[in-house]
Design a protein around this ligand. Structure first.
Ligand SMILES: [Zn+2]
Length: 303
């Protein structure tokens, strides 16, 4: 059976596993999905085999290993590996995509290595990662075997994070699509560009209001209005899918940049000399955002 882009078979079905399904397959085989999706989360810091935790050892010792929201686990090779409680699935990705109008999330756990980054749009040709054994796994193999417990754990969730049987997605019988919500760059409009991995979209300019979506690194949004409170500057945005909400930038941090905001540009715009060799044309008097307007063919030298 071809599952997730490689030869795999079901080792723990959805009825038994409940929120997920497990698939065996060749250790380090490549993992793909059918269709397009956006990468919304990546954990890629655990070492294959060396950081593998036997699931029974975890069950027997987790209260001993627990350190607030972390576990100081002993791996199958005897190494102490610190796992956050949300990362016991080892190296993993979370993808966001659509099936018709239904927004869904796909989680793939235990990878040896993740090969994508947050914000990437992946498709059927993208190698998302390699099958591995990071995190909690169970195996009858000897602990010296580098493919001990190697498998793919897959979860599919709806937008309320309620689980869906992942089988049809794993077998490629169902294809997913991604709907781009970013606006296109338009220099005549005030827009923001997101420069951190992810910021929530809130229903109101208030961190306690509903989380109605997320914006991701590199995306551009039209700004309908701006407001401030003590801690945040709030940008009222409208996505290309018609969602209207608020994106925050914490003051004194740079989570996004405002494009086309000429009033905040420091200093004078200088004419660029037609230089034949390196020549100082401008000295920054203080830290800030500076703009230099160049004409076609002009060159800029930065010290
Ligand atoms: Zn599983």
């Amino acid at each position: 059976m071809l599952l997730l882009g490689s030869e795999r078979s079901v080792t723990q079905n959805y009825n038994i596993h409940k929120d997920a399904e497990d698939y065996s397959g060749e250790h380090l085989s490549i993992i793909r999905i059918n269709g397009r999706a956006k990468v919304t989360k990546v954990v890629n810091k655990y070492i294959n085999h060396e950081d593998t935790i036997n699931y029974n050892d975890y069950l027997n010792n987790h209260s001993l290993w627990r350190d607030e929201t972390y576990y100081n686990c002993i791996s199958i090779t005897g190494k102490v590996v610190r796992y956050h409680q949300s990362e016991l699935g080892g190296n993993h990705v979370e993808l966001e995509c659509y099936e018709g109008d239904l927004k869904i999330h796909i989680r793939l756990y235990h990878m040896a290595e993740v090969l994508v980054n947050v914000g990437d749009i992946v498709d059927s040709n993208t190698i998302i990662g390699k099958q591995g054994n990071t995190g909690l796994v169970l195996s009858k193999k000897r602990s010296s075997d580098i493919s001990y417990g190697s498998h793919v754990h897959m979860e599919v969730l709806d937008d309320n994070y309620k689980s869906i049987n992942p089988r049809d997605y794993a077998t490629f019988d169902r294809a997913v699509t991604y709907r781009e919500q970013t606006n296109i760059i338009d220099n005549s409009k005030k827009q923001i560009k997101i420069i951190v991995d992810k910021i929530n979209i809130r229903s109101n300019p208030d961190v306690l209001s509903y989380d109605i979506g997320d914006v991701y690194n590199g995306e551009i949004y039209d700004v309908l209005g701006v407001s401030e409170d003590e801690k945040y500057t709030w940008y009222n945005i409208k996505t290309s899918l018609g969602l209207v909400g608020y994106v925050a930038n914490e003051k004194n941090k740079i989570w996004l940049i405002v494009t086309n905001e000429e009033e905040k540009i420091e200093g004078d715009i200088k004419e660029v000399d037609d230089v034949k060799e390196l020549k100082l044309i401008f000295t920054c008097e203080k830290d800030g955002t500076y703009a230099i307007k160049l004409k076609y063919g002009e060159r800029l030298y930065i010290e």
